[in-house]
Design a binder for this molecule. Sequence first.
Ligand code: FRU
Length: 495
Amino acid sequence: MISQMLLDARRFEKDSGNRIAGDMRPGFHLTPWCGWMNDPNGFCFYKGQYHMFYQYFPYKSRWDFMHWGHAVSNDLLHWEHIPAALAPDRFYDQDGVFSGSAKELPDGRLLLMYTGVRVEDRSERPFKEIQTQCIAVGDGIDFEKYEKNPVLDERALPAGGSRNDFRDPKIIQLNDGRYAALIANRSADGSGEILLYTSRDGFSWKYETVLVSNRNRFGKMWECPDFFQLDGKYVLLTSPQDMLPQGFEYHSGNGTLCLIGDFDEPNLHFQEEHDQSIDYGIDFYAPQTILTPDGRRVMIGWMQNWDACAIREPEAPWAGQMSLPRELHIKDGRLYQWPIREFDELRHDKVEYHNVEVGEDTLRLDGISGRMVDMELVIRPKDPAESYTKFALHFAEKDDTFTSIRFRPRESTLKIDRKFSGSRRAILHQRRCFVEDAKDELRIRIILDRYSCEVFIDGGRKVMTSALYTEQSADGISFHADGNVVMDIVKYSIL
Ligand code: FRU
Protein backbone atom coordinates (compact mmCIF):
# COMPACT_ATOMS: atom_id res chain seq x y z
CA MET A 1 0.00 0.00 0.00
CA ILE A 2 1.30 3.41 -0.95
CA SER A 3 0.83 5.78 1.98
CA GLN A 4 -0.98 9.11 1.73
CA MET A 5 2.30 10.80 2.65
CA LEU A 6 4.07 9.28 -0.34
CA LEU A 7 1.12 10.02 -2.65
CA ASP A 8 1.22 13.67 -1.51
CA ALA A 9 4.95 13.87 -2.22
CA ARG A 10 4.45 12.31 -5.65
CA ARG A 11 1.67 14.73 -6.55
CA PHE A 12 3.68 17.69 -5.29
CA GLU A 13 6.90 16.85 -7.12
CA LYS A 14 5.10 16.30 -10.41
CA ASP A 15 3.40 19.70 -10.24
CA SER A 16 6.27 21.64 -8.90
CA GLY A 17 9.16 19.75 -10.51
CA ASN A 18 7.85 20.06 -14.02
CA ARG A 19 7.77 23.83 -13.66
CA ILE A 20 11.57 23.93 -13.25
CA ALA A 21 12.64 23.99 -16.86
CA GLY A 22 15.36 25.02 -19.29
CA ASP A 23 18.53 26.53 -17.95
CA MET A 24 17.15 26.56 -14.41
CA ARG A 25 18.80 23.15 -14.13
CA PRO A 26 22.27 21.86 -15.02
CA GLY A 27 22.67 20.45 -18.51
CA PHE A 28 24.00 17.03 -17.53
CA HIS A 29 24.07 16.72 -13.76
CA LEU A 30 21.18 15.29 -11.76
CA THR A 31 19.20 17.64 -9.51
CA PRO A 32 16.12 16.81 -7.39
CA TRP A 33 12.80 16.91 -9.18
CA CYS A 34 12.07 19.83 -6.85
CA GLY A 35 13.23 20.96 -3.41
CA TRP A 36 16.21 19.51 -1.62
CA MET A 37 18.65 16.70 -2.48
CA ASN A 38 21.62 15.29 -0.58
CA ASP A 39 23.32 11.88 -0.72
CA PRO A 40 23.02 9.46 -3.62
CA ASN A 41 21.10 6.38 -2.42
CA GLY A 42 20.37 2.98 -3.92
CA PHE A 43 22.55 3.64 -6.97
CA CYS A 44 22.20 0.51 -9.12
CA PHE A 45 21.64 -1.02 -12.54
CA TYR A 46 18.26 -2.74 -12.53
CA LYS A 47 16.13 -4.13 -15.35
CA GLY A 48 18.22 -2.48 -18.05
CA GLN A 49 18.44 0.99 -16.53
CA TYR A 50 20.53 2.92 -14.06
CA HIS A 51 18.60 3.94 -10.97
CA MET A 52 19.57 6.77 -8.70
CA PHE A 53 17.63 7.42 -5.52
CA TYR A 54 18.54 10.37 -3.37
CA GLN A 55 17.98 11.98 0.01
CA TYR A 56 15.06 14.26 -0.71
CA PHE A 57 12.75 16.86 0.78
CA PRO A 58 10.46 17.86 -2.07
CA TYR A 59 8.59 20.68 -0.35
CA LYS A 60 11.41 23.15 0.30
CA SER A 61 14.98 23.71 -0.88
CA ARG A 62 16.34 22.82 2.55
CA TRP A 63 17.01 19.63 4.49
CA ASP A 64 13.97 18.35 6.41
CA PHE A 65 12.03 15.08 6.79
CA MET A 66 13.95 12.85 4.44
CA HIS A 67 12.25 10.95 1.62
CA TRP A 68 13.91 9.01 -1.19
CA GLY A 69 13.63 10.75 -4.57
CA HIS A 70 14.16 8.65 -7.68
CA ALA A 71 15.51 9.06 -11.21
CA VAL A 72 16.45 6.65 -14.00
CA SER A 73 18.89 6.86 -16.88
CA ASN A 74 20.18 4.84 -19.81
CA ASP A 75 23.62 6.45 -19.92
CA LEU A 76 24.16 7.97 -16.43
CA LEU A 77 24.04 11.44 -17.99
CA HIS A 78 20.45 12.01 -19.09
CA TRP A 79 18.16 11.44 -16.12
CA GLU A 80 14.42 11.14 -15.99
CA HIS A 81 12.65 11.93 -12.73
CA ILE A 82 10.21 9.26 -11.66
CA PRO A 83 7.97 9.16 -8.57
CA ALA A 84 9.57 9.36 -5.13
CA ALA A 85 10.24 5.89 -3.75
CA LEU A 86 10.02 6.23 0.03
CA ALA A 87 8.47 8.62 2.55
CA PRO A 88 8.92 8.75 6.35
CA ASP A 89 5.52 7.16 6.88
CA ARG A 90 6.11 4.49 9.55
CA PHE A 91 6.67 4.71 13.29
CA TYR A 92 10.27 3.49 13.02
CA ASP A 93 11.19 5.98 10.23
CA GLN A 94 8.81 8.82 11.08
CA ASP A 95 11.63 11.36 11.37
CA GLY A 96 13.46 10.41 8.21
CA VAL A 97 14.20 7.78 5.63
CA PHE A 98 17.97 8.20 5.61
CA SER A 99 20.65 6.93 3.22
CA GLY A 100 21.00 3.38 2.03
CA SER A 101 21.52 1.15 -0.96
CA ALA A 102 19.82 -1.25 -3.37
CA LYS A 103 20.34 -4.85 -4.46
CA GLU A 104 18.46 -6.96 -6.96
CA LEU A 105 17.12 -10.19 -5.41
CA PRO A 106 17.31 -13.53 -7.24
CA ASP A 107 13.55 -13.35 -7.84
CA GLY A 108 13.97 -10.09 -9.75
CA ARG A 109 12.63 -7.72 -7.09
CA LEU A 110 14.70 -4.74 -5.99
CA LEU A 111 15.57 -4.60 -2.31
CA LEU A 112 16.29 -1.25 -0.66
CA MET A 113 18.04 -1.09 2.68
CA TYR A 114 17.90 2.28 4.39
CA THR A 115 18.20 3.89 7.81
CA GLY A 116 14.93 4.61 9.59
CA VAL A 117 15.12 7.55 11.99
CA ARG A 118 12.93 8.26 14.99
CA VAL A 119 13.52 11.02 17.50
CA GLU A 120 13.71 9.39 20.91
CA ASP A 121 12.31 12.14 23.06
CA ARG A 122 11.08 15.41 21.56
CA SER A 123 11.30 17.26 24.88
CA GLU A 124 15.03 16.67 25.07
CA ARG A 125 17.49 19.06 23.37
CA PRO A 126 19.49 18.34 21.35
CA PHE A 127 17.24 15.60 19.96
CA LYS A 128 18.56 12.10 20.08
CA GLU A 129 17.66 9.98 17.09
CA ILE A 130 17.23 6.25 17.15
CA GLN A 131 18.67 4.95 13.91
CA THR A 132 17.79 1.47 12.69
CA GLN A 133 18.17 -0.39 9.40
CA CYS A 134 15.03 -1.11 7.40
CA ILE A 135 14.06 -2.88 4.19
CA ALA A 136 11.65 -2.07 1.37
CA VAL A 137 11.14 -4.29 -1.66
CA GLY A 138 9.62 -3.45 -5.00
CA ASP A 139 9.53 -3.47 -8.77
CA GLY A 140 11.79 -0.47 -9.35
CA ILE A 141 8.99 2.10 -8.95
CA ASP A 142 6.80 1.15 -5.99
CA PHE A 143 8.27 -0.30 -2.82
CA GLU A 144 6.66 -2.08 0.09
CA LYS A 145 8.26 -1.68 3.51
CA TYR A 146 9.02 -5.02 5.12
CA GLU A 147 6.62 -6.03 7.90
CA LYS A 148 9.47 -7.07 10.18
CA ASN A 149 11.23 -3.69 10.05
CA PRO A 150 13.56 -2.66 11.50
CA VAL A 151 15.83 -5.55 10.56
CA LEU A 152 18.79 -4.22 12.55
CA ASP A 153 18.64 -2.16 15.71
CA GLU A 154 20.77 -1.49 18.79
CA ARG A 155 20.70 -5.17 19.74
CA ALA A 156 22.93 -5.85 16.75
CA LEU A 157 25.64 -3.36 17.78
CA PRO A 158 29.05 -4.31 19.15
CA ALA A 159 29.90 -3.17 22.68
CA GLY A 160 30.08 0.61 22.95
CA GLY A 161 28.39 1.22 19.59
CA SER A 162 25.86 4.06 19.47
CA ARG A 163 22.20 3.55 18.56
CA ASN A 164 22.01 7.26 17.78
CA ASP A 165 24.65 7.13 15.03
CA PHE A 166 24.08 3.89 13.18
CA ARG A 167 23.33 4.47 9.53
CA ASP A 168 23.81 4.33 5.77
CA PRO A 169 23.85 0.58 4.95
CA LYS A 170 25.62 -0.36 1.72
CA ILE A 171 24.82 -3.86 0.51
CA ILE A 172 27.45 -5.76 -1.44
CA GLN A 173 27.70 -9.40 -2.39
CA LEU A 174 30.54 -11.57 -1.12
CA ASN A 175 32.24 -14.15 -3.35
CA ASP A 176 30.58 -16.95 -1.38
CA GLY A 177 27.17 -15.60 -2.42
CA ARG A 178 26.18 -14.05 0.91
CA TYR A 179 25.13 -10.44 1.12
CA ALA A 180 27.15 -8.13 3.32
CA ALA A 181 26.02 -4.73 4.60
CA LEU A 182 28.56 -2.08 5.59
CA ILE A 183 27.03 0.25 8.13
CA ALA A 184 28.52 3.34 9.75
CA ASN A 185 28.47 3.60 13.54
CA ARG A 186 29.81 5.86 16.26
CA SER A 187 32.15 3.84 18.41
CA ALA A 188 32.92 4.08 22.13
CA ASP A 189 35.90 6.38 21.46
CA GLY A 190 33.50 8.98 20.00
CA SER A 191 34.75 8.55 16.46
CA GLY A 192 33.52 6.21 13.75
CA GLU A 193 33.69 2.65 12.57
CA ILE A 194 32.32 0.59 9.72
CA LEU A 195 30.44 -2.50 10.84
CA LEU A 196 29.91 -5.54 8.67
CA TYR A 197 26.72 -7.63 8.74
CA THR A 198 25.89 -10.66 6.59
CA SER A 199 22.69 -12.17 5.29
CA ARG A 200 21.74 -15.10 3.07
CA ASP A 201 18.42 -13.66 1.88
CA GLY A 202 18.76 -9.87 2.31
CA PHE A 203 16.08 -9.81 5.03
CA SER A 204 17.61 -11.44 8.07
CA TRP A 205 20.96 -9.99 9.11
CA LYS A 206 23.71 -10.98 11.47
CA TYR A 207 26.48 -8.86 12.99
CA GLU A 208 29.95 -10.10 12.05
CA THR A 209 32.74 -7.64 12.73
CA VAL A 210 34.17 -4.13 12.73
CA LEU A 211 35.62 -3.81 9.24
CA VAL A 212 37.52 -0.57 9.91
CA SER A 213 37.87 1.66 12.97
CA ASN A 214 38.55 5.35 12.69
CA ARG A 215 40.24 5.60 16.11
CA ASN A 216 39.92 9.40 15.80
CA ARG A 217 42.32 9.51 12.85
CA PHE A 218 40.05 11.01 10.18
CA GLY A 219 37.38 13.22 11.72
CA LYS A 220 34.75 11.77 14.03
CA MET A 221 31.67 9.84 12.89
CA TRP A 222 31.98 8.25 9.44
CA GLU A 223 29.04 8.30 7.05
CA CYS A 224 27.99 6.55 3.86
CA PRO A 225 30.47 3.68 3.45
CA ASP A 226 31.08 1.80 0.22
CA PHE A 227 33.39 -1.18 -0.26
CA PHE A 228 34.49 -2.92 -3.46
CA GLN A 229 37.24 -4.69 -5.32
CA LEU A 230 39.18 -2.61 -7.83
CA ASP A 231 42.22 -3.50 -9.92
CA GLY A 232 43.30 -6.27 -7.56
CA LYS A 233 42.83 -4.25 -4.37
CA TYR A 234 39.90 -3.44 -2.07
CA VAL A 235 38.67 0.09 -1.59
CA LEU A 236 36.69 1.52 1.29
CA LEU A 237 35.07 4.90 0.71
CA THR A 238 33.50 6.86 3.54
CA SER A 239 32.64 10.44 4.38
CA PRO A 240 33.92 11.59 7.79
CA GLN A 241 32.29 14.37 9.79
CA ASP A 242 34.23 16.91 11.87
CA MET A 243 37.57 16.55 10.13
CA LEU A 244 40.66 18.47 11.18
CA PRO A 245 42.87 19.56 8.30
CA GLN A 246 46.03 17.59 7.52
CA GLY A 247 48.35 19.44 5.14
CA PHE A 248 46.70 19.70 1.74
CA GLU A 249 45.37 16.14 1.95
CA TYR A 250 42.37 16.60 4.24
CA HIS A 251 40.29 19.70 4.87
CA SER A 252 38.28 20.66 7.92
CA GLY A 253 34.58 19.87 8.19
CA ASN A 254 32.84 17.08 6.32
CA GLY A 255 35.35 15.33 4.11
CA THR A 256 35.86 12.23 2.03
CA LEU A 257 38.18 9.34 2.72
CA CYS A 258 39.43 6.50 0.55
CA LEU A 259 41.25 3.57 2.15
CA ILE A 260 42.96 1.11 -0.17
CA GLY A 261 44.11 -2.29 1.04
CA ASP A 262 43.55 -6.02 0.94
CA PHE A 263 40.52 -7.99 2.06
CA ASP A 264 40.74 -11.48 3.46
CA GLU A 265 37.17 -12.49 2.72
CA PRO A 266 36.95 -15.79 4.65
CA ASN A 267 37.99 -13.91 7.80
CA LEU A 268 36.22 -10.68 6.83
CA HIS A 269 39.44 -8.83 7.55
CA PHE A 270 40.45 -5.59 5.79
CA GLN A 271 44.13 -4.65 5.86
CA GLU A 272 44.60 -0.92 5.22
CA GLU A 273 47.58 0.19 3.18
CA HIS A 274 46.91 3.69 1.91
CA ASP A 275 44.66 6.63 2.72
CA GLN A 276 43.73 9.71 0.69
CA SER A 277 40.92 12.16 0.09
CA ILE A 278 38.49 11.21 -2.65
CA ASP A 279 37.96 14.77 -3.87
CA TYR A 280 40.08 17.83 -3.06
CA GLY A 281 37.59 20.55 -3.99
CA ILE A 282 34.80 22.19 -2.03
CA ASP A 283 31.70 20.16 -2.87
CA PHE A 284 31.82 16.40 -2.92
CA TYR A 285 30.36 14.08 -0.30
CA ALA A 286 28.77 10.70 0.39
CA PRO A 287 29.61 9.01 -2.94
CA GLN A 288 28.20 5.64 -3.98
CA THR A 289 29.54 3.31 -6.64
CA ILE A 290 28.16 0.65 -8.96
CA LEU A 291 29.60 -1.93 -11.25
CA THR A 292 28.25 -1.26 -14.75
CA PRO A 293 27.11 -4.23 -16.85
CA ASP A 294 30.41 -4.04 -18.74
CA GLY A 295 32.43 -4.18 -15.54
CA ARG A 296 33.39 -0.58 -14.83
CA ARG A 297 33.37 0.76 -11.27
CA VAL A 298 31.56 4.10 -11.46
CA MET A 299 31.12 6.61 -8.65
CA ILE A 300 28.70 9.51 -8.17
CA GLY A 301 28.80 11.87 -5.19
CA TRP A 302 26.66 14.67 -3.81
CA MET A 303 28.11 17.88 -5.24
CA GLN A 304 27.62 19.99 -2.14
CA ASN A 305 29.33 20.64 1.18
CA TRP A 306 27.23 20.54 4.36
CA ASP A 307 29.05 23.56 5.79
CA ALA A 308 28.51 25.63 2.65
CA CYS A 309 24.85 24.92 1.83
CA ALA A 310 24.18 28.65 2.19
CA ILE A 311 25.76 29.09 -1.27
CA ARG A 312 22.25 28.28 -2.53
CA GLU A 313 19.59 30.88 -1.79
CA PRO A 314 16.69 29.33 0.19
CA GLU A 315 14.10 30.48 -2.37
CA ALA A 316 15.86 28.57 -5.20
CA PRO A 317 13.53 25.97 -6.78
CA TRP A 318 16.01 23.15 -6.19
CA ALA A 319 19.11 22.63 -4.05
CA GLY A 320 21.74 19.92 -4.42
CA GLN A 321 23.28 18.24 -7.46
CA MET A 322 25.02 14.95 -8.15
CA SER A 323 28.55 14.89 -9.57
CA LEU A 324 29.44 13.50 -12.96
CA PRO A 325 29.72 9.72 -12.98
CA ARG A 326 33.41 8.90 -12.71
CA GLU A 327 35.12 5.67 -13.62
CA LEU A 328 37.51 4.53 -10.90
CA HIS A 329 40.90 2.85 -11.11
CA ILE A 330 43.91 2.24 -8.95
CA LYS A 331 47.26 3.34 -10.31
CA ASP A 332 50.48 3.61 -8.32
CA GLY A 333 48.50 2.65 -5.23
CA ARG A 334 46.16 5.64 -5.56
CA LEU A 335 42.54 6.14 -6.56
CA TYR A 336 42.12 7.67 -10.03
CA GLN A 337 38.87 9.11 -11.38
CA TRP A 338 37.85 9.98 -14.91
CA PRO A 339 34.50 11.02 -16.40
CA ILE A 340 32.75 7.96 -17.88
CA ARG A 341 33.40 7.54 -21.56
CA GLU A 342 29.71 8.03 -22.43
CA PHE A 343 30.31 11.67 -21.56
CA ASP A 344 32.61 12.11 -24.57
CA GLU A 345 29.59 11.59 -26.82
CA LEU A 346 28.04 14.80 -25.52
CA ARG A 347 30.98 16.83 -26.82
CA HIS A 348 30.83 18.81 -30.05
CA ASP A 349 32.37 21.85 -31.77
CA LYS A 350 35.98 21.16 -30.96
CA VAL A 351 38.24 24.21 -30.73
CA GLU A 352 41.95 23.63 -30.48
CA TYR A 353 45.03 25.80 -29.94
CA HIS A 354 48.65 24.79 -29.57
CA ASN A 355 51.59 26.63 -28.06
CA VAL A 356 49.60 29.69 -27.10
CA GLU A 357 51.64 32.09 -25.02
CA VAL A 358 50.13 33.43 -21.84
CA GLY A 359 51.90 36.30 -20.09
CA GLU A 360 51.12 39.51 -18.29
CA ASP A 361 48.10 40.48 -20.39
CA THR A 362 44.75 38.81 -19.99
CA LEU A 363 44.22 36.38 -22.84
CA ARG A 364 40.88 35.45 -24.37
CA LEU A 365 40.67 33.08 -27.30
CA ASP A 366 38.11 32.90 -30.10
CA GLY A 367 35.71 30.05 -29.56
CA ILE A 368 36.74 29.55 -25.92
CA SER A 369 33.79 30.52 -23.77
CA GLY A 370 30.61 28.96 -22.40
CA ARG A 371 29.10 27.43 -19.30
CA MET A 372 28.75 23.87 -20.57
CA VAL A 373 32.26 23.05 -21.59
CA ASP A 374 34.84 20.27 -21.53
CA MET A 375 38.36 21.66 -21.76
CA GLU A 376 41.77 20.02 -21.58
CA LEU A 377 44.77 22.20 -20.86
CA VAL A 378 48.46 21.44 -20.92
CA ILE A 379 50.54 24.18 -19.33
CA ARG A 380 54.32 24.51 -19.55
CA PRO A 381 56.86 27.23 -18.78
CA LYS A 382 57.81 29.03 -22.02
CA ASP A 383 61.47 28.63 -21.20
CA PRO A 384 61.98 25.20 -19.59
CA ALA A 385 64.83 26.68 -17.54
CA GLU A 386 62.65 29.40 -16.04
CA SER A 387 59.60 28.51 -14.00
CA TYR A 388 56.60 30.85 -13.98
CA THR A 389 55.06 32.02 -10.70
CA LYS A 390 51.38 31.57 -11.40
CA PHE A 391 48.94 30.45 -14.05
CA ALA A 392 45.23 31.27 -13.70
CA LEU A 393 42.14 30.30 -15.59
CA HIS A 394 38.98 32.34 -15.05
CA PHE A 395 35.61 31.01 -16.10
CA ALA A 396 31.92 31.83 -15.57
CA GLU A 397 33.26 35.33 -16.06
CA LYS A 398 31.48 38.61 -16.68
CA ASP A 399 32.78 41.97 -15.53
CA ASP A 400 34.02 41.44 -11.95
CA THR A 401 32.39 38.05 -11.53
CA PHE A 402 34.35 34.84 -12.10
CA THR A 403 35.56 31.58 -10.60
CA SER A 404 39.23 30.67 -10.94
CA ILE A 405 41.73 27.88 -10.92
CA ARG A 406 45.27 28.94 -10.09
CA PHE A 407 48.43 26.91 -10.28
CA ARG A 408 51.62 27.95 -8.49
CA PRO A 409 54.39 25.67 -9.75
CA ARG A 410 56.91 26.81 -7.15
CA GLU A 411 54.57 25.71 -4.36
CA SER A 412 53.01 22.88 -6.36
CA THR A 413 49.51 24.00 -5.39
CA LEU A 414 46.34 24.27 -7.40
CA LYS A 415 43.58 26.44 -5.97
CA ILE A 416 39.95 26.65 -6.85
CA ASP A 417 38.34 29.92 -5.84
CA ARG A 418 34.68 30.93 -6.19
CA LYS A 419 34.94 34.00 -3.96
CA PHE A 420 33.93 36.26 -6.86
CA SER A 421 31.31 33.91 -8.27
CA GLY A 422 28.43 36.08 -7.13
CA SER A 423 27.90 34.47 -3.72
CA ARG A 424 26.87 36.96 -1.04
CA ARG A 425 27.49 34.52 1.80
CA ALA A 426 30.49 34.41 4.14
CA ILE A 427 31.23 30.72 3.64
CA LEU A 428 33.98 28.53 2.34
CA HIS A 429 34.92 29.61 -1.20
CA GLN A 430 38.44 28.28 -1.75
CA ARG A 431 40.35 25.04 -1.57
CA ARG A 432 43.88 24.13 -2.48
CA CYS A 433 45.49 20.84 -3.26
CA PHE A 434 49.03 19.69 -3.75
CA VAL A 435 49.94 18.73 -7.33
CA GLU A 436 53.15 16.76 -7.57
CA ASP A 437 55.50 16.82 -10.57
CA ALA A 438 53.69 19.49 -12.57
CA LYS A 439 56.38 22.16 -12.72
CA ASP A 440 57.32 21.16 -16.26
CA GLU A 441 53.87 20.25 -17.40
CA LEU A 442 50.46 20.56 -15.78
CA ARG A 443 47.56 18.67 -17.34
CA ILE A 444 44.03 19.46 -16.30
CA ARG A 445 40.60 18.63 -17.67
CA ILE A 446 37.86 20.99 -16.59
CA ILE A 447 34.21 20.17 -17.02
CA LEU A 448 31.81 23.02 -16.53
CA ASP A 449 28.08 22.68 -16.27
CA ARG A 450 25.72 25.56 -15.54
CA TYR A 451 26.17 25.26 -11.77
CA SER A 452 29.42 23.38 -11.24
CA CYS A 453 32.99 22.74 -12.21
CA GLU A 454 34.94 19.49 -11.91
CA VAL A 455 38.68 19.61 -12.38
CA PHE A 456 40.55 16.38 -13.17
CA ILE A 457 44.25 16.83 -12.56
CA ASP A 458 47.03 14.73 -14.09
CA GLY A 459 44.84 12.10 -15.73
CA GLY A 460 42.47 11.91 -12.74
CA ARG A 461 45.06 11.47 -10.00
CA LYS A 462 43.29 14.22 -8.09
CA VAL A 463 39.91 15.85 -8.61
CA MET A 464 38.54 19.16 -7.35
CA THR A 465 34.80 19.67 -7.48
CA SER A 466 32.87 22.80 -6.75
CA ALA A 467 29.34 24.12 -7.16
CA LEU A 468 28.83 27.70 -8.30
CA TYR A 469 25.62 29.61 -8.83
CA THR A 470 26.81 32.47 -11.02
CA GLU A 471 24.17 33.81 -13.40
CA GLN A 472 24.29 32.12 -16.79
CA SER A 473 25.16 35.20 -18.84
CA ALA A 474 28.62 35.06 -17.21
CA ASP A 475 30.17 32.74 -19.78
CA GLY A 476 33.63 34.25 -20.35
CA ILE A 477 36.85 32.26 -20.08
CA SER A 478 40.24 33.96 -19.77
CA PHE A 479 43.86 33.06 -19.09
CA HIS A 480 46.43 34.85 -16.95
CA ALA A 481 50.03 34.24 -15.94
CA ASP A 482 52.81 35.70 -13.81
CA GLY A 483 55.82 34.70 -15.83
CA ASN A 484 55.69 33.15 -19.27
CA VAL A 485 53.56 30.15 -19.98
CA VAL A 486 52.86 28.14 -23.09
CA MET A 487 49.55 26.34 -23.29
CA ASP A 488 47.77 23.75 -25.44
CA ILE A 489 44.02 23.72 -25.23
CA VAL A 490 41.30 21.50 -26.59
CA LYS A 491 37.79 22.66 -25.84
CA TYR A 492 34.40 21.19 -26.64
CA SER A 493 30.90 22.46 -26.08
CA ILE A 494 28.58 20.07 -24.31
CA LEU A 495 24.99 19.25 -25.36
C1 FRU B 1 25.26 12.20 4.93
C2 FRU B 1 24.06 12.00 5.82
C3 FRU B 1 23.86 10.52 6.10
C4 FRU B 1 22.41 10.44 6.41
C5 FRU B 1 21.82 11.48 5.49
C6 FRU B 1 20.63 12.22 6.05
O1 FRU B 1 25.23 13.34 4.16
O2 FRU B 1 24.22 12.72 7.03
O3 FRU B 1 24.69 10.00 7.09
O4 FRU B 1 21.90 9.16 6.16
O5 FRU B 1 22.85 12.41 5.22
O6 FRU B 1 20.03 13.02 5.08
